[in-house]
Design a protein around this ligand. Structure first.
Ligand code: HEC
Ligand code: HEC
Ligand code: HEC
Ligand code: HEC
Length: 256
């Protein structure tokens, strides 16, 4: 019975579009700082040390922000799921049109960056914060086809072609966060804002306290309702009006 209730709650939860990813736990302040920002868009972390093996230069732009967390601390990151550029898909490069046909909106100053492939905002419901719904990573080819359409079998994904793929964006508050068609004039991926942020000298990448317990929350690895933090669980259980659930304190094992 308990299993059944959990299953029902979980179905309701997923059907309602609730999906909690790890960036929720950063609670905005993990990435942005309204007063002590180090980089544009009020970003509070920045990787100034890790060179790009493709260009030999320091990584720049939005990708330096991601790598302020997603690299080892000795390489300027915060040891969170480190991304090593020497074994990563190229970033910080202007695309060779024979290798990639990148939709203009996905580039930053003409270059491919982490945000060309990911929209890291917590509102992004897709697997690994990718911009395309890959059905939890079972249709990754659909995502790659946004920029490498000549390589993909569109029939296999039930798509007419590159322009048929929908791309997620959270950057247009006028219409809200959703997956847009590549030709939709409301698809906004970048709002260039004047950059006035000047950090005083070297400020340590200081992460909001909220982030520190995020990687160890069992609900990140196992989206079973019983693993949700009690306050979130209360939210989804309310309509069910089930009080006796027992055994809820059990801690899930930390993930890999
Ligand atoms: C994982 C890091 C991360 C988290 C967490 C995060 N943001 Fe962002 N935010 C970004 C990045 C990266 C950009 C710039 C994106 C770009 O230019 O493509 C950005 C840009 C923005 C912008 C500027 C948009 C624009 O058009 O210039 C606003 C406003 C914003 N975020 C608000 C928020 C709020 C509110 C939250 C919490 C609900 C949040 N962010 C959480 C990474 C994050
Ligand atoms: C303030 C630190 C911080 C910044 C900045 C940050 N992230 Fe994250 N990110 C995290 C944490 C924490 C996790 C969860 C790690 C874990 O569970 O082990 C995470 C996880 C992820 C994941 C895996 C999601 C999943 O479902 O498995 C992706 C993809 C990701 N981040 C992309 C990005 C990108 C792209 C940027 C830059 C636009 C970025 N992050 C910036 C802290 C950060
Ligand atoms: C060409 C598209 C592309 C670019 C550019 C890209 N990523 Fe990813 N990223 C992916 C895909 C696809 C996955 C899921 C497959 C995987 O986990 O390897 C992923 C997964 C991740 C994860 C989760 C890894 C895990 O352990 O689950 C993180 C963190 C991440 N990316 C961060 C970044 C950062 C930081 C950058 C910029 C330096 C970046 N990505 C640039 C496509 C991209
Ligand atoms: C947002 C656009 C974009 C997406 C999505 C994308 N790529 Fe790329 N890809 C590029 C660009 C840009 C380059 C670099 C072209 C250059 O070297 O000038 C590239 C290069 C490559 C290369 C050649 C790398 C090398 O070192 O020569 C491979 C292989 C590749 N991509 C595979 C993939 C795969 C697999 C996926 C899906 C998981 C993917 N790409 C998703 C834009 C993209």
């Amino acid at each position: 019975m308990k299993v059944l209730i959990a299953a029902v709650v979980f179905c309701v939860l997923s059907a309602a579009g609730f999906s909690y990813g790890p960036h929720e736990g950063l609670d905005c302040l993990g990435c942005h700082d309204p007063h002590y920002a180090k980089a544009p868009k009020l970003f509070k972390v920045n990787n100034e040390v890790y060179p790009n093996p493709r260009t030999g230069e320091a990584i720049n732009g939005i990708s330096a922000l991601c790598l302020g967390c997603h690299n080892l601390s000795q390489f300027g990151g915060a040891n969170i799921r480190p991304i090593f550029l020497h074994m990563t898909h190229p970033v910080n490069v202007k695309p060779n049109p024979k290798i990639a046909k990148v939709p203009e909106q996905l580039l930053r100053d003409g270059e491919l960056q982490c945000v060309s492939c990911h929209d890291p905002h917590p509102s992004n419901p897709f697997w690994k914060y990718l911009r395309v719904d890959t059905k939890k990573g079972t249709q990754v080819g659909k995502f790659c086809a946004v920029c490498h359409p000549a390589k993909a079998d569109f029939k296999f994904y039930g798509l007419a072609g590159q322009l048929d793929i929908k791309v997620f964006s959270s950057m247009n508050e006028a219409v809200g966060a959703k997956a847009f068609s590549l030709t939709d004039p409301q698809l906004t991926i970048e709002n260039p804002t004047p950059n006035y942020i000047k950090a005083f000298g070297p400020i340590r990448n200081d992460l909001a306290p909220a982030y520190t317990f995020v990687p160890f929350e069992p609900w990140i690895y196992n989206p079973d309702p019983k693993n949700l933090p009690p306050d979130l669980r209360k939210l989804i259980e309310k309509p069910k009006k089930k009080k006796k659930r027992g055994n809820e304190k059990k801690k899930g094992a930390p993930g890999p």
